[in-house]
Structure formats: structure tokens, C-alpha cells
Write a new protein. Sequence first.
Length: 376
Amino acid sequence: YDEDYESEDDGGCEGDDDDDDTVDDSDDDDPENDDSAASVLEVDGSARGTGGSLGLGMVVAVQGGETMAVTSGLGYSAEAVADRIVVLTELQGPVDTVDTGTSRLVVLGQTVQVGATTVVDGRASRLADIRAGDPITVYGHFDDSAGLWLATRLDVDDSLPSSYRLAGTVSQLSSDRRSLLVGGQPVVIDGAQPDAAIVDGVRVRAVLDPVRQGGTWRATSIRRAALGATPGIAFSDADIDGHEAELEGVITAVDGTRFVLEGVDVDGSALAGSGLLVAGARVEVKGRFDGTTLVASSIEADGEDEREQRGFELHGVVSQLTASTFVLRSLTIGYDPGTPGASALAEGRLVEVKVTLLPDGRWQAVEIEAEDESED
């Protein structure tokens, strides 16, 4: 469950959430997931397409097969095949306001924090280019302690969608379960009553009619925003018990060494002394499921500083090569003769490129390495 995935030109991508692992992955090397045969779904369960529809910074839930050790240069890498990928869209609709001073914007009444590693794509490449009224799609994690979204990706779209998406915490649910507040926004529910598990304090995702009536949104569907309730992801004891997984997000409730991360109960007994078991901490946790509880074996900070230092990684075939730029996975990437591995660049060559996101929204290569096509 990770917003940092790395695309391969054949539609493969690297993510973090595997059903099984048969190798002991180091904390520095996340397993690569080939998504060329995966079913890619929207968060409402509808089909999205193939791995080629994914983009850097999207938050996704990935479920697949066991991780295998695969020869990589002089060593080994951990690789798996993804069966299903669900793109977790949180907010979609028009921008209310933009504040470049605080690097924040408001969408459907929800405050969104933009960081140095937030990918901005589409009609804009940076926050300064976004205007009130622009159609936007937001991916990220909710920080309960701060009451805002930490954006990992913003897609500035060409036109408003036929329906909006709103994610937030439920409050003031009426006795007939037909009206409520979602993220402080008044909502009435059409159709069937919501799941009995939807009560005050639960975070949900709602699909809204874009025409608000009397200041109230009309929801055509509403469901819990928890990994276990994600369409297409099997999440019963029988499905995941004993399987390894990796989660990224913001810790919410903490009780001693037990905590909740992205709606998943985590046993952090092995993490005592890490200093990271606090509400509001943005972390990456690895472990193995015991029933539907993740028994954590490692934890790492995953804040803006760590993300900026880690950067992004892309796999694909070089095209439109010039003396200063090339295109990889539809992204134009800058480089210079001093970039490590720049001599490996050639039209049509399969490469692995580590890139950084510059403040003006451009991508810059920091390391380039040719890949063995037959091995890939």
C-alpha cells in the first residue's frame, strides 16, 4: 500500500504490498511488482485499465503473488507479480482556494498540504500554476492530528468530472442514516443505506453529484476508506493470514505498542524504542499478517525529508533523446554529461533512472543505468 511505485515500459510497476514473500527483503530494497497482467481498478471497483494508466505519486493498494529472488547484476532483487491494483483516489473536483505561501490548497472543503515531493501533473507542473476552479484529483494520506491531507500527487485535469469524490471522517450521522457530515461537508445519501460499519468517527470515501443543492452534497455511493474495505482486494483472515505486507501512511490511534495505520491494526511490539509509534507519524511498516492484524517487523520514517532524499525511480525505454533531455514513460527528464551513467543513454535502450523533482516541476536524472532487456 504505497504511493511510491516505479513504472516499467512494458506496463510493470514496483509497489510494496505483496501477499507472500519467500525472500527476506532488506529495509532498503522494496520488492518490485510486475503489473503487466494485473487488473487495475478505481477505488469504486470499476475498471481503470492497465499498469500504463498509473503515475508516480499515486497511492495504490497492490495484491499479488509471492516474492521471488531474481538475479540483478552481481546480486539479487525481490520481484513479484501483481494480480490486482486499486488506485486510491481521495479527492476529485474543483479547487476552492490556493495558498502558495503555506503550500496548501482547498478541494471540496478539505485542506491539502503540498510538499517538495508532491507530483503535480496535467495542465500544471507546480502548485503556483494551479488556480481556484481548476479540476483536480488528489492522492495522499490523511493526517488526523493536523486535520489535513498530505498530497503525494495532484492531477490538474482538463475538465470537471461527471461526479466528484470526497474522502473524510464521518460526523453527525442521522438516526435514519441518510444525512451526515463527511470531512465537515453536509451530505445526504441516495439509494441504499450505508454499511452498518459506517458510524461517526469512521473515515469514508463518497461519490458526489457535482450539483450541490442548498449547500448540501448528494452522495450516490459511500464506503469505508479502509484497506480491508477496498474493492478488489481480498482482506479476510483466510486471504491474508501469514502473508507479508508493507504499509505506508500516517499513524492514527496508538495504544501502547499497538496502533492503526491506514485502517489496519498493527502489532508494534517489535518496534518498541523506535520513537515512531506516535499519532501523526508518517511511516513505512513491514511485517506479516496474523489474521488481519499486521505484526510489524520494521518501521521507518517516511516524511518529506526522507522522501526527498530517496527520490523516485523509473524503468523504461528511452525515446526523444537530445543533448539535455529524454523521454521515459511519457515524462521528459533532464540530464547533463556529468550525470552518472549518462553514457548509457541511447534511443530505444531500456534503462533504470533515478530522478528528482525540481521546484519548478521539471524532472532531473541523478543516476542512469542500462538494463538487460532479456533479463527484464
